[in-house]
Write a protein that binds this ligand. Structure first.
Ligand code: FMN
Length: 293
C-alpha cells in the first residue's frame, strides 16, 4: 500500500453486523489501515451508538450487510442522524451472501444518496461476500474460500481507496426498483421478530437480551419476549447456546445447521482447498465471480 494518499491520516469505519460477517471484514480493514500508519476510529452502529464528531477523520467508510437488496435500516437511520459536512470523502462497503449480482447491485444506492445529501463526497463503493446467513448457502468449501480471501480482498480495496481514483457503480433501473421494493423487508422483520419463541431448552441466561443489536428482547417472567423492532439479523437465533429460539413465521430464512462464523473461520485456516471448483447452481454465480476477481 505504498500509493496511499497522504491526505488520509485518520479513517472512521462505521459498521453494523448481525452475525459477524461484516464485523470480520471491518476488523481486517482496521488491522491493515493501522499497519499503513493510518489512525482508525471504529463505530459499531447498534444499540443506539451515535457518531462522535470530535473523532473527526479524513474518510468515512460505512459497512453494512445486504438485507433484501439494500443496506440495513439501522445504517440508513444512522446516516440520517449524521451532522452535515462539506465534501468529506466517504465510501460504502456492502457485505452480502450472494455477491455483486442483480438485484444486489443496487443495494448501496440509497445510502450513497443519503450521504451525498449530508454533504459527503462519494469516492468508493464495493461488495464483499461472506458465507450467507440466510435461507441457503453455497457449498462448504466455497464458504471456507470466502473466509480465506478476506485479507487479500481488503488489501485490494484499501489500495483502490487510497489511490484517490473514484470508483462508483451505476446499477440498472430494474435493480433499483427491486432495492426499493426490498424496503418491505422492514415489515417482514417485525413479523419475524414477533413470531420468535423460546423452547423449553431456554435456560434464561439472558444472552439474547444482552446481545440483540436492536434492544428488541426483554426477559420477562424468565423468558425472552420479542418486541416489534426486530431487524431480522438472526443473531439471537444462531448465537443461542441452547438452540432454544425459533421463529413461527418465515422459517425458511434460518439455516437448519445454524451459523457459526468463528467455527468456520477456524476451519478455513486448516481445511480450505483454494483450488476447489464449485458444484451446484447458478444461484451462487455472484459468489464465484467474487472469488475469481
Ligand atoms: C434478513 C436478511 C436478508 C438478506 N438478504 C440478502 C440479499 O438480498 N442478498 C444477499 O446476497 N444476501 C442477503 N442476506 C445475507 C447477508 O447479507 C450475509 O449473510 C451477510 O454476510 C450478513 O452479514 P452479518 O454477518 O454481518 O450480519 C440476507 C440476510 C438476512 C439476515
Amino acid at each position: 500500500m505504498n500509493d496511499r494518499t497522504p491526505a488520509v491520516k485518520a479513517v472512521t469505519l462505521a459498521y453494523f453486523s448481525g452475525t459477524g460477517g461484516t464485523k470480520a471484514i471491518v476488523s481486517c480493514f482496521e488491522t491493515q489501515f493501522i499497519k499503513s500508519g493510518i489512525h482508525v476510529n471504529v463505530i459499531d452502529i447498534s444499540r443506539g451508538n451515535t457518531y462522535h464528531e470530535e473523532k473527526a477523520s479524513d474518510l468515512l467508510i460505512i459497512f453494512s450487510p445486504v438485507y433484501a437488496f439494500r443496506l440495513t435500516t439501522l445504517v440508513e437511520q444512522w446516516i440520517k442522524n449524521l451532522p452535515k459536512t462539506q465534501n468529506m470523502p466517504a465510501a460504502v462497503i456492502s457485505v452480502s451472501g450472494g455477491g455483486e449480482i442483480s438485484p444486489n447491485t443496487a443495494c448501496r444506492v440509497h445510502c450513497k444518496r443519503l450521504l451525498v445529501k449530508k454533504g459527503y463526497h462519494m469516492i468508493y463503493e464495493k461488495m464483499f461476500v461472506m458465507p450467507s446467513n440466510y435461507a441457503s448457502q453455497a457449498d462448504y468449501q466455497i464458504n471456507l474460500q470466502l473466509l480465506h480471501v478476506i485479507p487479500q480482498k481488503v488489501t485490494q480495496a484499501i489500495t483502490e481507496i487510497l489511490s484517490g481514483k473514484i470508483a462508483l457503480t451505476k446499477p440498472r433501473v430494474l435493480d433499483r426498483f427491486f432495492a426499493f421494493i426490498g424496503k418491505a423487508e422492514h415489515f417482514g422483520a417485525k413479523i419475524f421478530g414477533l413470531s420468535i419463541h423460546a423452547s423449553k431448552e431456554c435456560t434464561q441466561c439472558g444472552l439474547c437480551e444482552r446481545k440483540c443489536p436492536a434492544n428488541n428482547i426483554k426477559i420477562q417472567n424468565g423468558l425472552p419476549k420479542f418486541g416489534s423492532n426486530c431487524m431480522w439479523c438472526l443473531k439471537c437465533i444462531y448465537d443461542c447456546p441452547h438452540h432454544a429460539l425459533s421463529p413461527g413465521a418465515f422459517k425458511f430464512s434460518v439455516l437448519k445447521d445454524g451459523y457459526n462464523l468463528t467455527e468456520m473461520s477456524e476451519q478455513a485456516k486448516t481445511q480450505c482447498d483454494a483450488e476447489h471448483q464449485p458444484s451446484g447452481s447458478m444461484l451462487w454465480q455472484g459468489v464465484m465471480d467474487y472469488l475469481k476477481e
